[in-house]
Design a protein around this ligand. Structure first.
Ligand code: PLP
Length: 355
């Protein structure tokens, strides 16, 4: 409701001389940047001018690819949100693993499985220029601990890598794990962070997110990454819609924050229902606690076969794990983003199918 009021007020104001606003600021309106800094990064040394408001994390991931160019090497968690690999391939960071590294760059898959607690064995990961890392992770629902992220930051510092940290699900965190990479000392020199209102406020269609590029983050020649990102934002984006930004400010007001935490609480209840269902059926189930996704293991089976069987026999749509990378084979992701009655009905059908 509060979001509606703010956005209607802003939309109406656009028709007045005093309330009209046109281009800019491309980086986002100051009150929203300030509110993001104080809500999500309080005490972490992140300032309002480190924050770039955008039309969503996915769009920022592609803009970051434009900043880094085709000649970088990059690492991703395997499995992970497909936009990291796909945007890299679109940029031309393709080629055979290891073989064509000089010519094309390469993508290093950091395998994340139940055996390694969904955190990669960094001693086996090659040095890359960029490391995409998402916590809580889509699709596995796993969240990295403070100790694990400290190791990741140290790994990036030792190798001169830049971490692109995706915290799109940070508000779903129930454990005491970091909600932002900037909770880790020394991260501001090696990491930037992208995030979104999509999963907190249902803004998937409204489109609003942000990326934090600390001024301390420098290329190896000492040039600040933020200057390049600012250039790309001003050249190829022009900033998020002013009406959507009014919605974002409403989300970060006291009523908005309360409403977001209620929405998240509702989806967490859905997640528990799904977790309980698959646990009661004897499956090995991961995630769920810190993310709205349940990662269900079907050992020895193809993700697509499991997906098809569930679809054909129960008419419920899940997501085949292999769509998130080779490490997702043998899993399906079950999403908790749904109406309660639909989630309950889906779980009833899962019980019929697997009992
Ligand atoms: N990052 C992760 C990890 C996601 O799972 C998603 C959406 O599924 C996004 C980013 C996309 O966010 P946005 O809607 O802000 O583009």
């Amino acid at each position: 409701m509060i979001v509606l009021l703010f956005t209607i007020e802003r939309a109406e104001a656009l028709s007045t001389l005093e309330g009209y606003s046109g281009y800019g600021p491309e980086q986002g309106e100051k009150p929203l940047r300030t509110a993001i800094a104080s809500t999500f990064y309080s005490g972490l040394g992140i300032e309002e001018d480190d924050i770039f408001v955008s039309d969503g994390a996915k769009c920022d991931i592609s803009r970051l690819q434009m900043v880094f160019g085709a000649n970088v090497t990059m690492a991703v968690q395997d499995p992970s949100y497909p936009a990291y690999v796909d945007s890299s391939v679109i940029m031309g960071q393709t080629g055979q693993f290891q073989k064509d590294i000089e010519k094309y760059g390469k993508i290093e898959y950091m395998r994340c499985t139940p055996e390694n607690g969904f955190f990669p064995d960094l001693s086996k990961v090659s040095r890359t220029d960029i490391i995409f890392f998402c916590s809580p992770n889509n699709p596995t629902g796993s969240a990295a601990t403070r100790e694990q992220l400290t190791r990741l930051v140290q790994f990036a510092r030792d190798n001169g890598s830049i971490i692109v940290y995706d915290s799109a699900y940070a508000m779903y965190m129930s454990d005491d794990n970091p909600r932002s990479i900037f909770e880790i000392p020394g991260a501001k020199e090696v990491a930037l962070e992208t995030s979104s209102f999509s999963k907190y406020a249902g803004f998937t269609g409204v489109r609003l997110g942000w990326t934090v590029v600390p001024k301390q983050l420098l290329y190896s020649d000492g040039f600040p990454v933020v200057k390049d990102f600012n250039r790309v934002v001003c050249t190829s984006f022009n900033g998020a819609s002013n009406i959507c930004q009014a919605g974002g400010r409403a989300c970060l007001s006291p009523e908005g924050l309360k409403a977001m935490s209620e929405v998240i609480g509702f989806y967490k209840e859905n997640t528990n229902i799904i977790m309980d269902t698959f646990n009661s059926l004897g499956f090995n189930v991961y995630g769920g606690k810190n993310a709205p996704y349940v990662w269900v293991h079907f050992p020895g089976q193809s993700s697509w076969d499991v997906f098809s069987e569930i679809l054909e026999k129960t008419h419920v749509v899940t997501t085949p794990g292999s769509g998130f990378g080779p490490g997702g084979e043998g899993f399906v992701r079950v999403s908790a983003f749904g109406h309660r009655e639909n989630v309950l009905e889906a779980c009833r059908r899962f019980k019929q199918l697997y009992n």
